[in-house]
Design a protein around this ligand. Structure first.
Ligand code: ADP
Ligand code: MG
Length: 717
């Protein structure tokens, strides 16, 4: 029997585990980025010439000058060793969705039985980690399994502190096969950023915008998560193994009052947050916001946006550090999209924009007519891209975890639509009519021409929390992304579809520019056509309603709720053409990713089903059976003394018996369904079993229930 926890004892023991801050007293700039080989540090460790060359490569992309590789490697090593590093690793992001690392010590034997500490340019720039067990979807049969990691100088090397006072130098790398095929998430991300940059450059030329740098996509990812006490976590093998609870009835009170949202932060959680901020600041990640989320036990952390590639790496690191830091505080950090049924799941709001070659945010409405024209073209490019490629976007956010979250009236549905807000909607309606756009603030009808463009309001949108894809002031916020995902996936997709839409737009505008003088007229006509054709994707209403589901169906918008349906959208002939046209993924690469993700999905459903059956049969049902014999015994002796029938108690016994029998047969049924290998059947079987087990939890004494309850996990942390 599980003993109940006395809250005072509970808090006393947990309180002791909280670590004392090591950098207490220091101000943030004193240690911000101290574990990163950033430009500031490079300047101290590199010659003027090498520093200039490397910082140029970082800013503008392109290949690293091979002549400086040795010097950079040596500088990196000297810096890393001063931080206690004994090893280095190429740090990469295979298709598992996680990060990968294989450590090598800096040592080189000398001739006298000792070693010297060494790190060469070639070790920095390229590795061949073998790594043949990563999923490659057939791109890499094991007999020719050469895979290479290559240095990505645009994401700075960093130090991971160990537990023994030593450390590891981590070098962000991409991971490709011997013939250059992408085996990871970074390679296509970098390619897709290049695709966007190329189109932005073209548009800048068309609009006579002065350029000074390479354009790049920007990303700010708002990360939601749960924290629960580590002892509860360890007592739930479902959480440990699958990241979510396979059983558990919702407590009477959970999030109905929304009283957790933005609430005062408990000390223990605050300890975790402070520790996390400090660790991530040392890693040069600009964590900015922290708060309680809607569900009890749920929280959010958000950084200031960065260059997309860097932001993806930082989010991967953050997820890793969150789990480590939680452990130090006697907590477990749950990143799964739906750890608890019937309370809100977790997403990762993906704020996305483009910084143009002029160094300005191209999704910012701006102050002058030139900026407005650029903004309206970008806005229409996004509208066109999202409408034409909604299926591809859905494919990029589908997963076994996110499948539990989307469309269940707490998260955006599996229907992609765009929220523009009243003012922007008004403006696109004006453009559609061909009467030009009038600024809602200024009044008066204006042509969409450079001299007569409307002054757009800076905050052209209100908030709509139910939209999967909302314009929020100066960026789009893709809200359907799951909390546990590598942000590369959805960002690759956003880049590639917008690049493709811009490609088409630029081709038309270039033609118009060649043949006539009035580019503004051409812009106006083009935007009008785009809006006419694609306005069905704009929806400003409540996305959680059934009316919207019906309305979206009428509009012909896809509603792809399951992983197999959504993933298929990534391998349609049209999708493959987009990937190929923008040089982001080849047909083989697209197909291989599809295979990896489908197989991963089926694997997860299968082991979750197996674990459900095991927990039911070996952990929960035995307790229900034992309770029945205790209850029967009690009834017998009570009736003997009272000389009357305990009708209600007998009814309870019947109820427990009936439910236990049902649970046993549902377990057997699930086992039979697992044997068929059908994902749909396994999911149905799990659902049926869960429903009966959760109703058993209502009749078995809480003290005997073998798993920590939802109420304990969500409220007692
Ligand atoms: P909101 O109020 O819409 O949530 P915030 O200012 O809180 O907006 O920002 C949410 C996230 O969006 C933050 O990570 C922020 O840095 C990011 N963000 C802001 N501007 C941009 C941009 N131009 N590109 C990408 N992300 C951005
Ligand atoms: Mg937000």
């Amino acid at each position: 029997m599980r003993t109940r926890i006395n809250e005072m004892d509970f808090l006393a023991t947990k309180g002791e585990r909280v670590m004392k801050p090591e950098s207490g007293g220091k101000s943030i700039p004193d240690y911000y980025g101290s574990n990163v080989f950033n430009l500031k540090t490079m300047r101290n460790y590199l010659s003027e010439k090498a520093y200039k060359s490397l910082s140029e490569t970082i800013k503008n992309g392109g290949a690293l000058d091979p002549n400086i590789a040795d010097e950079v490697a040596d500088a990196m090593k000297t810096w890393a060793v001063s931080k206690g590093a004994t090893h280095y690793t190429h740090w990469f992001q295979p298709l598992t969705g996680l990060t990968a690392e294989k450590h090598d010590a800096f040592i080189q034997p000398d001739n006298e039985g000792g070693v010297i500490v060494e790190f060469s340019g070639s070790e920095l720039t390229q590795g061949e980690p073998d790594a043949s067990s990563f999923p490659s979807g057939g791109l890499r049969p094991t007999f020719e399994a050469r895979g290479y990691t290559g240095w990505d100088p645009t994401s700075p090397a960093f130090i991971k502190e160990g537990t023994q006072g030593t450390a590891t130098l981590c070098i962000p790398t991409y991971f490709i096969g011997w013939n250059g095929e992408a085996l990871d998430k970074k390679t296509p991300l970098l390619r897709s950023m290049k695709a966007v940059a190329k189109q932005a450059e073209r548009l800048a030329n068309i609009l006579d915008i002065k350029t000074k740098q390479m354009a790049y996509s920007t990303l700010g990812g708002e990360q939601e998560y749960f924290l629960i006490d580590r002892d509860f976590y360890n007592a739930r093998i479902d959480l440990v193994q699958t990241g979510r609870t396979l059983f558990g009835k919702a407590p009477a009170k959970h999030q109905q009052m929304a009283d957790h949202y933005f609430g005062a932060i408990k000390d223990r959680v605050m300890g975790f947050m402070e520790d996390l901020d400090r660790e991530m600041w040392k890693l040069g990640t600009p964590l900015k916001t922290r708060h309680n989320e809607v569900a009890p036990g749920q929280f959010e952390v958000a950084p200031i946006f960065e260059n997309q590639n860097l932001a993806v790496d930082h989010n991967m690191l953050c997820m890793e550090v969150m789990q480590k830091v939680a452990k130090r505080h006697g907590l477990a950090c749950l990143l799964h999209e739906k750890p608890f049924a019937n309370v809100n799941g977790s997403g990762k709001h993906t704020n996305w924009s483009i910084t143009g070659p002029d160094g300005k945010n191209w999704l910012s409405p701006g102050d002058n007519p030139h900026e407005n024209e650029r903004f309206l073209i970008m806005l229409c490019a996004v509208i066109k891209a999202v409408d034409e490629r909604a299926g591809m976007l859905l494919a990029s956010i589908t997963s076994a975890g996110n499948e539990h979250r989307l469309g269940s009236h707490e998260a955006p549905p599996a229907i992609i639509s765009i929220y523009l807000g009243e003012q922007l909607t008004d403006i696109i309606e004006q453009i559609e009519k061909g009467s030009g756009a009038k600024s809602s603030k200024q009044g008066g009808t204006l042509e969409v021409g450079v001299d007569s463009l409307p002054k757009l309001p800076r905050h052209a949108s209100d908030r709509n929390r139910t939209s999967p894809f909302a314009f929020t002031g100066a960026k789009f916020e893709f809200r359907a992304v799951g909390s546990n995902m590598n942000l590369a996936g959805p960002n690759i997709m956003l880049n590639v579809i917008v690049a493709d839409a811009l490609d088409e737009i630029c081709t038309q505008l270039e033609k118009a520019k060649k043949s006539s003088k009035n580019i503004d007229k051409a812009v106006q006509k083009l935007l009008q056509d785009i809006i006419k054709k694609h306005k069905r994707i704009v929806y400003n209403g409540d996305n959680y309603t059934d009316e919207w589901v019906q309305e979206a169906k009428k509009r012909g918008l896809p509603n792809l709720k399951t992983v197999p349906e959504a993933l298929k959208e990534s391998i349609t002939p049209e999708a493959i053409k987009v990937f190929e046209r923008q040089n982001v993924l080849s047909k083989r690469e697209v197909q291989s990713r599809y295979d990896v993700y489908m197989e991963g999905y089926e694997t997860i459903v299968k082991y979750e089903a197996e674990l459900s059956a095991t927990i039911a049969k070996t952990t929960i049902i035995p307790v229900a059976l034992a309770y029945q014999s205790g209850l029967a015994e009690t009834i017998r002796s009570v009736e003997a003394v009272n000389k009357t029938q305990s009708t209600a108690s007998r009814k309870l016994l019947k109820e427990v018996s009936k439910k236990t029998e049902e649970a046993l047969s549902a377990t057997d049924k699930l086992k039979a369904e697992i044997a068929t290998g059908s994902v749909v059947k396994m999911k149905a079987g799990m659902k049926a079993l869960r429903s009966i087990i959760d109703s058993l939890e209502e009749v078995v004494p809480a003290e005997q229930w073998p798993l920590p309850s939802y109420a304990e996990m969500l409220f007692l942390t």
